[in-house]
Write a new protein. Structure first.
Length: 150
């Protein structure tokens, strides 16, 4: 009757002992204290304070003066691709990204876009409530008759 208890106790001790391997083995800067620090959600915690999030979108003006949001579907790519390929570059001032975007969107449009810009909001959650701050980026104007390669 004692033999199964010994095996179970030994298995439990083995599992607990395996938790010491990351501490005992050198793994560089990634992890030195605890096995779960490999996952970023545990390793890179933030100090207490207000929580911020930013929402950005690309807006455009057509040659007739209509203003529209350039969505991922309109551009023909995923929302993540739109963010990495166009929103982030436009936000930091990349005018070539604006030319590429307009060339891509205006291919089959009767009323082409002639300017684009990134706008959005930053929301801050603090003890006193939610604070909204409007964000505005640079306006990029492009001649619609100029063809650009993608």
């Amino acid at each position: 009757m004692r033999e199964p208890k010994v095996w179970i106790s030994g298995l439990i001790l083995l599992i607990l002992g395996l938790h010491a391997l990351p501490v005992l083995s050198y793994q560089g800067y990634r992890q030195t204290r605890w096995p779960i620090l490999t996952w970023a959600m545990y390793a890179k915690s933030f100090p207490p304070g207000p929580i911020q999030t930013t929402r950005r979108r690309i807006m455009g003006t057509t040659s007739t003066g209509a203003t529209e949001e350039l969505t991922a579907r309109m551009v023909g790519m995923s929302a993540i691709g739109l963010g990495k390929g166009y929103i982030q570059p436009l936000w930091i001032g990349d005018s070539l990204a604006a030319r590429r975007l307009l060339g891509r969107v205006n291919r089959a449009r009767q009323d082409p876009f002639v300017e684009v810009w990134v706008e959005g909001e930053r929301y801050t959650l603090s003890d006193s409530g939610i604070v909204k701050q409007d964000l505005h980026g640079t306006v990029y104007r492009v001649d619609p008759s100029v063809q650009t390669r993608n």
